[in-house]
Design a protein around this ligand. Sequence first.
Ligand SMILES: [Zn+2]
Length: 166
Amino acid sequence: MKGQCPCDPEPVFELADGSLAPEREREIRAHLRGCSGCQTLYERELRLNASLGSLEFEEANSVCRGVAMALPTRSTKARLLWAALAVVLLLTASVAMMLYGTNLAVLVIDAMNVFWGFVAGFADVIQVIFAAIGQALLVALAIGAFVDLVIAAVYLAVSRRRAIEA
Ligand SMILES: [Zn+2]
């Protein structure tokens, strides 16, 4: 479903871009006066063009900063979440390497076993694949649960702080 009116939006976009021939432009402008759907689309497109225009070149940085300042709570929360996620992933990776280091090596050997097992026999392949998948699943579940916990904790901390500020 597009817009409120069944018209082709393409001429409206071209009118907003100023890329229509004068005669066609008069036509479309006349249509806009009688069609609120196209009129709304035209105004929205003009605003979009204006904001896109202000994003260009050396102004991009200041506009981005302006947008970030306009959404302080949201961007802080997002930044906190991303920072926490990055730290957690880093920690989890190092812990996993320490705790599961040998298992990871086993996984690699298992993967090679899968290849050789393919040559050796079908039953062996199934056995090795299941063993490898089981270990990978355990690691993935542990990491997933830990990440969920930390995200929940960060979210709680942030919403509590926002409640105090409000
Ligand atoms: Zn229309």
